[in-house]
Design a protein. Structure first.
Length: 691
C-alpha cells in the first residue's frame, strides 16, 4: 500500500472526509484501477450519504477483483440505501456464494427482504446470521425490526433487549426499542429509551426529535420544544424538526420567533431542505402549491408506492359495490360524529360497507353504534399495514376510503400497497395527499374550485353542496348552563372560537383583540387546553392593551352539552388558515352564526363551504379586513345579528348541509361514477355530481 493510500485511510478514519476525498481523487487519476482506492473512496461516499457515487466506485472495483466477497457486500449496502432492493439481494447473494459464513451479508439480506415485506425469508436469513455469529447485536436489531413490522411486538422487544444485553453502549438499540415502545403505545417507556440513547450518543438528533414528538402528543409542549431545539442545534437541516417545533409552539400559543421561523420553514421547503409533515403546514399562511410539494415529497419518502402492488387490474364481479372505510377514529371522535349518519344511511342493496378500524378499542357509545352500522366491522388495530392491505385485497374491496390522510394515527402505507382498484382521500385530511396511489379527493366547488385543480395530485370529485358529511341526529342537551355557570358575564357581547389553539395565529389574535377593543363589554370565549395556553394568550391580550380577564376559558364537555352551551355565545369567529371544520358544523347545528374568511387552500375554505350549503353566504368574507368589519358590524347591530340567527334557524333543517339522506345519495353517486370508470377500463378523471 502506498503512503498516499495509507494517508487517505487515516484521514478518513479521523473524519477528515474532504481531505481524504481529494487524496483519493489524486490517486485514482494516476491509477484508475487501484482497487483499494476505489473501495476506500466508495466507503467515503457512503459516509457522506452519496450512495450513487459509492455504488459507482464499488462497481468499478468489482471489475478489477470479481471474486472479492467484500466488494459485492459493499455494493449491496449501497443499493439497499438507494432502495434498489432486488439488486441489493443479488449482490448479497454473490457475497455469500464467495463467503458462505458471511454473517453480515445474511443479516443485511434479511433486512432487505424485510423492506420487501418478505418476512419469513427475512427471518430465515437473520437467523442464519445469528447462528454464524451468536453475539451479533445488529442481527438482533434487524430481527427485532422484522418482528416489529410483523406486529409481533413482544418478540421484537425481546430481540432489542438482547441486542442491548450484548452491547449496552449501542445507542441504536435503545433508539429502535423506543420506536417499538411508541408503536406499542407505551409512551413513557419510549421516552426513557430515547433518553438512554441520548445519554450514550448526545449527538443523535433523531432521538431528540422523536422524543419531542412523543412529548408533544402527551401535551407536554414545553419539554417537546426543548427536545426539538436540541435536534435542530445538532442538525440545523433536520428535515422535520423545524415544522414540529413551530407547531408545538402553536399548540400553547407561544409565538416567540413565529414570523422568522415560519419564513425560514417556507424558504427551506422551497429549496428542498425542510420536508415538513403536510398536516403541520395547514395552520400557516402557505400557498396550495407549496402544500402539494410538501405532501408529494413527504409521501415519496415516508410512504412510497409499492413496487409490487396487491391489485393489478383484476376485475371483480360483486352483486354490490364494496366500500371500505379506513380509520383510527371509529369511536368518540370528530370524524365519527360527522360520518355516523352516512354510515347508517348507506343503501345496503347497492353497497356493501366495510370498516377497517385500526384505532383504539374503546367500547364507547359511538363505537358500539358504528359497529352496527356497517355490514362488516373489522377490528385490525393489532395488524400491520401489509396484513390490512392483504385483507383488503382478499375481500375484493372496490373503493377504499382513507379517512385519516396524514393526521394522527394515519396508515397511508396501507394504500401505498394499492390493495383496491379505486382509492380515495376524504374528510380526515383537508388537503392533497401528493401520492400517486390516491386516485380521488372528495370536495365541492367552494372548497376546491376548478382553477385550483392543478394544486392537487388527486382527481377532484365535486359534490353539489358541501363536501362534509353531517349527522342530523346529533343530540343537543335540553338543559343549558347559564352564563354565570360558564363564567361568562351576565351582559355584554360574547365572541367565541372553540377551535384547537394551534389554529390561532398572531395575525388572527390581533384581529380579535381589535374587536374586543372596539366592542365595549365584549369577551372572547375559548377552550382551555392547559394553564400554559390561557397564560400565554392572556399575556398576548395584555400586549394589545386588552384586559386579560376578557378572555374566558372553558373546559371540554360531553358532546351534547358542548353543543348546548353554544347558545350562550353571540358570534363564532373562525380561524384564518385552518378553519373550523367539525367545530363549524357544531356551531351551525347549535344555531350559532359563524364569520369566516375564504382562503386559497382546502383547509381555509371549509367553513365557507358549510355556510354556502346552509344558505348564509353573507357570512363569508374575502379578506382579513372584511372579516373584521363584518364581525364588528354584527356585534354593533343586534337587529342584523338576530336576523342572521333567525335565518340560520329556518335553514338548519331545510337546506342541504344537515340533510344526511341527501348527502348520502350524492356521495353514493360519486362512488358509482368512480366504480363505473374503473369497470370501463378508464383512468380516474374529475367527476361532478349533480342534484
Amino acid at each position: 500500500m502506498t503512503s498516499q493510500l495509507k494517508l487517505a485511510f487515516s484521514l478518513q478514519q479521523q473524519g477528515k472526509l474532504q481531505k481524504a476525498a481529494k487524496l483519493y481523487q489524486r490517486i485514482l487519476k494516476a491509477e484508475p484501477k487501484n482497487f483499494l482506492a476505489l473501495d476506500g473512496f466508495g466507503t467515503l461516499y457512503g459516509q457522506q450519504k452519496n450512495f450513487e457515487a459509492a455504488l459507482s466506485c464499488f462497481t468499478k472495483a468489482a471489475t478489477i477483483r470479481p471474486n472479492d466477497f467484500a466488494i459485492y457486500f459493499n455494493m449491496g449496502m449501497a443499493l439497499k440505501e438507494l432502495k434498489r432492493y432486488k439488486e441489493a439481494l443479488a449482490n448479497f447473494d454473490k457475497a455469500i456464494t464467495l463467503k458462505p459464513d458471511f454473517a453480515e451479508a445474511y443479516n443485511n439480506q434479511g433486512d432487505t427482504l424485510k423492506e420487501l415485506n418478505q418476512f419469513d425469508e427475512a427471518l430465515a436469513c437473520i437467523n442464519k446470521a445469528i447462528t454464524l455469529k451468536p453475539n451479533y447485536p445488529n442481527a438482533f436489531n434487524y430481527r427485532g425490526a422484522t418482528f416489529q413490522k410483523m406486529q409481533q411486538f413482544e418478540k421484537a422487544l425481546s430481540d432489542y433487549d438482547q441486542a442491548i444485553a450484548i452491547n449496552p453502549r449501542a445507542a441504536e438499540s435503545y433508539f429502535n426499542r423506543a420506536l417499538l415502545l411508541t408503536e406499542m403505545r407505551r409512551y413513557e417507556q419510549a421516552i426513557a429509551s430515547y433518553e438512554q440513547a441520548i445519554a450514550i450518543k448526545p449527538t443523535l438528533a433523531d432521538a431528540y426529535y422523536n422524543r419531542g414528538n412523543l412529548l408533544r402528543d402527551l401535551k407536554r409542549y414545553e419539554e417537546a420544544l426543548s427536545s426539538y431545539n436540541n435536534a435542530i442545534e445538532i442538525n440545523p437541516n433536520h428535515h422535520y424538526a423545524k415544522a414540529d417545533r413551530l407547531l408545538a409552539q402553536m399548540y400553547i400559543a407561544d409565538w416567540h420567533h413565529y414570523n422568522q421561523r415560519l419564513k425560514t420553514l417556507i424558504q427551506e421547503l422551497k429549496k428542498d431542505i425542510s420536508i415538513p409533515p403536510p398536516f403541520h403546514m395547514l395552520a400557516f399562511p402557505i400557498s396550495a402549491d407549496l402544500l402539494k410539494k410538501s405532501a408529494s415529497i413527504f409521501s415519496a419518502i415516508k410512504y412510497p408506492a409499492s413496487q409490487t402492488p396487491l391489485w393489478n387490474g383484476e376485475r371483480y364481479r360483486h352483486a354490490r359495490i364494496r366500500i371500505g372505510y379506513f380509520s383510527a377514529d371509529f369511536h368518540n371522535h370528530a370524524t365519527a360524529y360527522l360520518m355516523a349518519g352516512l354510515f347508517e344511511m348507506h343503501d345496503h342493496k347497492r353497497f356493501e360497507t366495510f370498516a377497517f378500524s385500526f384505532g383504539p378499542v374503546t367500547g364507547d357509545e359511538m363505537q358500539t353504534q358504528l359497529e352496527k352500522s356497517f355490514d362488516h366491522f373489522l377490528e385490525v388495530s393489532n395488524q400491520n399495514s401489509k396484513t390490512i392491505a392483504e385483507l383488503t385485497r382478499e375481500m375484493e374491496i372496490d373503493i377504499a376510503i382513507d379517512l385519516k390522510g396524514y393526521t394522527q394515527d394515519c396508515r397511508p402505507d396501507i394504500f401505498a400497497l394499492r390493495p383496491a382498484p379505486v382509492q380515495v382521500n376524504y374528510l380526515g385530511f383537508p388537503g392533497t395527499m401528493g401520492a400517486p396511489y390516491i386516485d380521488y379527493i372528495i370536495a365541492d366547488s367552494v372548497i376546491l374550485p376548478e382553477e385550483h385543480f392543478q394544486m392537487y395530485s388527486e382527481k377532484v370529485v365535486h359534490l353539489p353542496h358541501s363536501y362534509q358529511a353531517n349527522d342530523a341526529n346529533r343530540q343537543i342537551a335540553t338543559t343549558t348552563l347559564t352564563r354565570q355557570e360558564l363564567d361568562l358575564p351576565e351582559s355584554g357581547f360574547v365572541f367565541c372560537c372553540f377551535n384547537n389553539t394551534f389554529k390561532i395565529t398572531p395575525d388572527l389574535f390581533s384581529c380579535w383583540m381589535r374587536l374586543l377593543t372596539k366592542v365595549d363589554g365584549s369577551v372572547l370565549w375559548l377552550l382551555e387546553g392547559s394553564n400554559t395556553i390561557s397564560h400565554n394568550l392572556r399575556n398576548e391580550a395584555q400586549k394589545h392593551g386588552v384586559n386579560p380577564e376578557r378572555l374566558i376559558f372553558s373546559q371540554r364537555m360531553e358532546p351534547s352539552e358542548h353543543l348546548a352551551r353554544h347558545r350562550q355565545a353571540d358570534l363564532f369567529l373562525d380561524s384564518f388558515y385552518y378553519n373550523a371544520h367539525t367545530t363549524a358544523s357544531d356551531a351551525l347545528w347549535a344555531g350559532l352564526p359563524l364569520v369566516t374568511c375564504l382562503g386559497d387552500t382546502f383547509a381555509s375554505r371549509v367553513a365557507a363551504s358549510l355556510l354556502q350549503a346552509i344558505g348564509l353566504p353573507e357570512l363569508i368574507t374575502h379578506s382579513h379586513e372584511e372579516y373584521e368589519l363584518l364581525a364588528l358590524k354584527l356585534a354593533a347591530h343586534p337587529e342584523e345579528l338576530a336576523e342572521v340567527k333567525n335565518k340560520l334557524e329556518r335553514n338548519r333543517l331545510v337546506l342541504p348541509l344537515f340533510n344526511t339522506r341527501l348527502f348520502t345519495q350524492h356521495i353514493e353517486s360519486a362512488y358509482q361514477q368512480m366504480w363505473q370508470r374503473q369497470r370501463d377500463g378508464l383512468a380516474p378523471a374529475h367527476l361532478f355530481v349533480t342534484d
